[in-house]
Design a protein around this ligand. Sequence first.
Ligand code: DX5
Ligand code: ZN
Length: 218
Amino acid sequence: MKISPSMLSADFTRLAEEVRDIEAAGADYLHVDVMDGRFVSNITIGPFVVEAIKSVATVPLDVHLMIEEPERYVSEFAAAGAGIITVHAEATRHLHGTIQMIKATGARAGVSINPATPVGVLHDIIEDLDLVLVMSVNPGFGGQSFIRGALKKVAAIRSIIKESCLSTELEVDGGIKVDNIAEVALAGADVVVAGSGIFKTPSYADTITQMREAVAGI
Ligand code: DX5
Ligand code: ZN
């Protein structure tokens, strides 16, 4: 199980320190939430801040683009140091083309689906993907409650990955904490995003250790 802490819940006045602390606590990736005020109502950060995070990070940046027409910005986020670039299936007209564009930059390509988006949209492209990201909240803000309907989607995607012998990573994002990470892992996730569930706890290291203990043996 990989853990990708969402930097959205970090203290941005101490960003470099937060990156160092969360890496020391055992983060496998750093999840970076990019929002444009159109695909989602919130506005967060752009390539400039991704580049700043990259300059102090040692683990791959897992960049989650919650923006309309993400194809317009793929090359900028790749140049800023994204290791994984994930776009929303709902936000791009030519999903296959956008995936190829991400791969051409050398970054790994991910596709995310919202809670109301059926798994079927992935059917014809999953073999091209390095990562699938299932949203377990409606994107836009940290600190929301986990939507349980995501679990059966995770299980369905895990079956496809297994049956087709793919190495696609299966990531789940939103409302994940120590007390529900086990069911997410059980459904078949192998990467978990957690923002408030880690950054709003007193010890990042203790929380990540508890998360790993909760999924040990699954
Ligand atoms: C939501 C973002 C998530 C969010 C997760 O739009 O994509 O990555 O930061 O935060 P928590 O873990 O607090 O739900
Ligand atoms: Zn995210």
